[in-house]
Ligand binder design. Sequence first.
Ligand code: FE2
Ligand code: FE2
Length: 178
Amino acid sequence: MSKALGSKYTIETSEKAEEYYEIVKDLLNSDIVKEMKNYRHHYSTTCYQHSLNVSYYNYVVCKKLGLNYKQAARAGMLHDLFLYDWRVEKRKKGELPHGFTHPKKALENAKQHFDLDKREEDIIIKHMWPLTVKLPKYPESYVIVMMDKYSAMVELGSYFKGKVSSIYKNVKPAKRTH
Ligand SMILES: [Fe+2]
Ligand SMILES: [Fe+2]
């Protein structure tokens, strides 16, 4: 069972998430997308959970704005399909840092396994804009730029919330002296 961080709806079973689930079901059930569960991304969030967060919020925002929410949801799920641990992966000599290079890697992997149209490709390859210099071509590509950052902030918040509550759990109440 999966949930976007900060959402109360279980993707696979909630009526409220039914439309979203139908759009991304084949991706969530594919081995290549599931592989992202093996890699940690931001803080304690896996790449899979981060991609689900971005995909779900892409869907919600693009639907509200009257944009192409189906492609935004699908590309969101694939935008970080780079499949390595960027903390330990050694960079080749002269290669730019992960932040600049991973959209291309994710797009290559996504294209190997799924049929993508031009808009989905643009959403994936430009999600790190302005690091990826070329301007996004579609409004959905600007949405992912924001939802990617938003999701990272939610993931950071959840990480620190977990830290703080584990500290409080370990604090023993002071003994009363009188
Ligand atoms: Fe990314
Ligand atoms: Fe991302």
